[in-house]
Structure formats: C-alpha cells, structure tokens
Design a protein around this ligand. Structure first.
Ligand code: NAD
Length: 312
C-alpha cells in the first residue's frame, strides 16, 4: 500500500480521502510520528512549513514527490530533490479567491469606516452624532490593479460587480489580455494618477522591492486608498507613513508589513501613527488567504499532485 506522510494539519475532508487509498502517517497531533521513523517506507509527502533537507530526502529511498501545501519551496532542498528524481509541487492559486475577497473586506472597512462604527457601539455611544461615520461608495470609483496574475484577475471580477472602473498594470501581460479580462491596460504612472484605490498583487522580488516608493506614492491621486495584501517590502513604509500623516493619501489598509511580527520599529507601527487609533490606517496580521475553502483547495491540489506523481 502507498505510504504518505502528511507533515502538518490539512483539511479533514482531504485527509479522509487520502486515507481511503493510502496508509497515512501524521506529523502532528496525538498520533504524530517522527518522519525519520517512517522515511524508509514513505512514497509521498504532503508538506507545509517544515524543512525538507538533503539529509531527509536521502533518507527516503522510495520518495517520489514532495507536494507543498502552499506556495514557495524555500523549505525544500530542490537540488537534492532533482538529483533523486523527486517531484516538488506547489498549490498556486488555491487561495486567490480568498485574497481577492479580502481586498474588498479591507476596502469596504475603510470606505464605510466599519471598525470605527463597531468601536462606537462597543463604547456604548450608539446615539452620538454620526457625521464622522459618513463613508463613500465603491460604485463608479476607479480601482488600479498592480499585477494582473491570479489574484489581480480575481479582484477585477469582483470590482466589476461593484460597478468599479478597473485599470491594470502588468508588464508581463498583453494589453489585449488585460482588456479581455475587463480592465483597462495602462502604464504605472497613469494607474497611480487615475485610481481612487490602488491594490497590489505583485510578488516580492529584487526587481519589485519598493515598487511603490516615495515617487510613486507622490503620484497617487490625493485622497486615494492603498490596499496591500501581497508583501510589505513592495511598499516604502516610510514614504507611506509620511503620506498618511500629511493627509495626502486617504488611507491604507494592509495585510502585510515589511517586518510583520518581528520588529516594532516598523514605521507604520511607530508612535506617530499608532495602530488601530489612526482612522486612515488599518493593518491585519497576514490573514488574507485564510479561508476554509482555500485550505480545502490547497489540500486537494496537493493530493492530486501526489496521485499524478505516483501514477507516472
Ligand atoms: P501571480 O504570479 O499569479 O501574479 C503576479 C503578477 O505580478 C504576474 O502577472 C506578474 O507579471 C506581475 N508582476 C511582476 N512584476 C511586476 C511589476 N513590477 N509590476 C506589475 N506587475 C508585476 O501571483 P498571485 O497568485 O496573483 O499572487 C500575488 C502575490 O500575492 C503573491 O506573490 C504573494 O506575495 C501575495 N499573496 C498574499 C497572500 C496573503 O495571505 N496575504 C496570499 C497569497 C498570495
């Protein structure tokens, strides 16, 4: 019987499906086994964040595939995997819809001041004047989508439903492809100048670090809102903090920061701009991709990859 090691929790429906046709070793919970103990027999691994080094791969003579549940393979020794003819796969796009919907959760929270309104009720101030809670509507506004990949396209579909005008910039995508997907293909400068909302869906690479630097932020439409659910390093946080403090930008809603949990020196956490008390800034702790559906989809994709590798 096929032997599969699942390193960390995956969706229970997927685990049940795998269990129908394979012997499953779990890397977590009460029945957790050490990988080293089962390595000689394992045919396939479904891997989350754990490290799969050369030594671990070389201790696994039957191993045919390491199916990453998620994207990114920096926790796997790819050279060792290639040398030993072990497939390494990922689950790209499994959480694209989750992130795209979250963009609108953040955006509507900012546009309609949802956190402030909830705070009002929590503070038993229901009957106070509501003029400071007047928001704006998305319908008729322009959203600029930076990066027209899986998430950028999903954002476009949702934005169209809100009757927003969509502009998009992606140097690797044909303008006709962008236009066919319902967005107006434009250059970066035009997107920044014309958009009421700019949303970032670009991978963080050496070439995209500070994609929105001081110059680009200065080109954004006064009063506009920045949404970043991609990676903190794509936006120059000092420049963003300045633009929020001066009131030039209307707001920023971010699911990612440059240093995330690690560092309280992050300029967007600095005392001058305290989290949660500045209406123009909202930050959530990198949760945009977290839905039950995305978790199930990633599990299914990993299991499909395992089946394909073992059938090869
Ligand atoms: P994708 O690879 O499908 O699309 C990325 C697009 O960005 C590509 O079309 C590429 O051509 C484009 N691009 C590259 N450089 C660019 C540049 N300089 N200017 C404009 N466009 C550029 O990726 P995706 O699935 O849409 O994901 C986008 C990013 O979202 C990921 O890289 C990841 O950082 C982030 N993400 C975050 C979460 C979360 O939980 N917050 C979850 C999933 C993904």
């Amino acid at each position: 019987m096929t032997e599969i090691y699942v390193s960390d929790a995956i969706h229970p429906d997927v685990l049940a499906t795998i269990g129908e046709s394979a012997r499953v070793h779990l890397g977590w919970g009460d029945d957790a086994v050490d990988y080293a103990r089962v390595a000689p027999a394992v045919d396939a691994v479904i891997l989350r964040a754990e490290t799969f080094s050369r030594a671990v791969i070389e201790a696994s003579p039957n191993l045919r595939i390491i199916a990453r549940h998620g994207v990114g393979t920096d926790n796997v020794d790819l050279h060792a995997a290639a040398e030993h003819c072990v497939w390494v796969t990922t689950t790209p796009g499994a959480n694209s819809n989750a992130v795209a919907e979250y963009v609108f959760a953040l955006l509507l929270s900012a546009a309609r001041k949802v956190p402030q309104a909830m705070e009002r009720v929590r503070g038993e101030r229901w009957s106070e004047g509501k003029s400071d809670l007047v928001g704006f509507e998305l319908g008729g506004r322009t959203i600029g989508v930076l990066g027209f990949g899986s998430i950028g396209r999903a954002v476009t579909r949702i934005a169209t439903g809100f009757r927003m005008r969509v502009l998009a910039y992606d140097p690797a995508v044909e303008p006709a492809d962008i236009a066919g997907a319902g967005a107006g293909p434009v250059e970066l400068r035009e997107l920044l100048a014309a958009s009421d909302v700019v949303t970032v869906h670009v991978p963080l690479l050496p070439s995209t670090r500070n994609l929105l630097g001081a110059d680009e932020i200065a080109r954004m439409k006064p009063g506009s809102i920045l949404v970043n659910t991609s990676r903190g390093g794509l936006v120059d946080e000092n420049a963003l903090a300045d633009a929020l403090r001066s009131g030039r930008l209307g707001g920023a809603v971010l699911d990612v920061l440059e240093a995330e949990a690690a560092d309280m020196k992050d300029p967007l956490r600095h005392n001058a701009l305290p989290l949660g008390t500045t209406p123009a800034l909202g930050v959530t702790p990198h949760v945009a991709g977290q839905t039950t559906e995305a978790f199930r989809q990633a599990g299914h994709m990993a299991w499909e990859a395992v089946q394909a590798a073992l059938a090869d």
